[in-house]
Design a protein around this ligand. Structure first.
Ligand code: OGA
Ligand code: MN
Length: 290
């Protein structure tokens, strides 16, 4: 069921009909048999580019308990800040990039700087890993392959987790995914973390995407969600180990940007950035058990 849906939404000819895709930016009713809007929060806390918590619009989906969707809680400046962090900063050493093995960059030159002169390298970047580096082959984290996790990104995640009553979250690993209009991410579960109770937080900037969330086996028909710039998805409890994937990035959308002609806004028009953040260790643990 998951694979059939994935293929359907990925298809270019014919393109999929999007009637069954839940788009919280375009719904008429705040409640339906498919989803439920949560009570507004009370807190007016406002950090790291987020609007005050009591203004967040939060939804849960009936078919996917544990999945929490927050409709873009970022200010425009906040979205700009995090997009710049992803493109300019999180792509710097010592973080790992998929292009490291290809020797595309002269020694000591950062990807984002280099792209200003040589556009051909721009499309080659697909991911960067931070903190405990995700190993794409073994899917096993390693104490020897780890760098300091960015403090601001940990604070962003902690403050969202606090608001949603997931106490004592600590961000320890992140994948920054860079999608072009023809990129997909096939169905998978994220189960490499020692701590599978802590929620997984996923932030999107730039082009919209179709996100599929199924169940713990591939036999469950997935829910299709439209994810737009600024949206936050939290996979917790029953959804933490569910199959999910991104079969389609949508055509360029209008991105609000403070200075509409710079390289960042251009990138966001034609690409999607996803910050996918995990806690790896259990609360009492200081390091991995291998
Ligand atoms: C991942 C992931 C989803 C997305 O990086 O594991 O599931 O929305 N990303 O890009
Ligand atoms: Mn994933």
């Amino acid at each position: 069921m998951f694979k059939e849906s994935f293929k359907y939404y990925k298809s270019k000819k014919p393109p999929p009909v999007l009637d069954d895709v839940i788009d919280f930016h375009q719904i008429e009713d705040v409640d339906s048999s498919l989803y439920r809007k949560k009570e507004k929060l009370e807190s007016v806390d406002c950090i790291h580019g987020l609007i005050p918590a009591n203004e967040w619009e939060i939804y849960e989906i009936e078919a996917n308990p544990g999945l929490i969707y927050i409709k873009n809680p970022f200010t425009t400046a906040g979205q700009n800040y995090w997009s710049v962090r992803c493109l300019r900063d999180f792509t710097k050493k010592p973080n790992k990039l998929n292009i490291d093995a290809h020797n595309l960059l002269p020694t000591g030159v950062d990807w984002w700087d280099y792209c200003e002169k040589d556009d051909s390298v721009l499309k080659k970047l697909r991911w960067a890993t931070l903190g405990y580096h995700h190993d794409w082959d073994t899917k096993v984290y390693n104490e020897e392959s780890k760098n300091e996790f960015p403090g601001d990104l940990n604070e962003l995640c902690c403050s969202i987790c606090n608001q949603l009553n997931f106490k004592k979250f600590n961000a320890e690993a992140a994948i920054i995914n860079f999608y072009h209009l023809d990129s997909t991410l096939s169905g998978h579960t994220d189960h490499s973390e020692q701590n599978l109770e802590a929620p997984l937080l996923s932030f999107s900037f730039g082009s919209s995407a179709i996100f599929l969330l199924g169940g713990q086996t591939l036999d469950v028909k997935p829910t299709a969600l439209m994810i737009r710039s600024g949206d936050v998805i939290i996979m917790s409890r029953d959804s933490r180990l569910s199959y999910h994937g991104v079969p389609r990035i949508l055509e360029p959308s209008v991105v609000t940007w403070e200075d509409s002609y710079d390289r960042y806004s251009n990138y966001l028009k034609n690409n999607r950035i996803n910050m996918n953040v995990r806690q790896v260790l259990n609360r009492s643990e200081k390091r991995l058990i291998n």
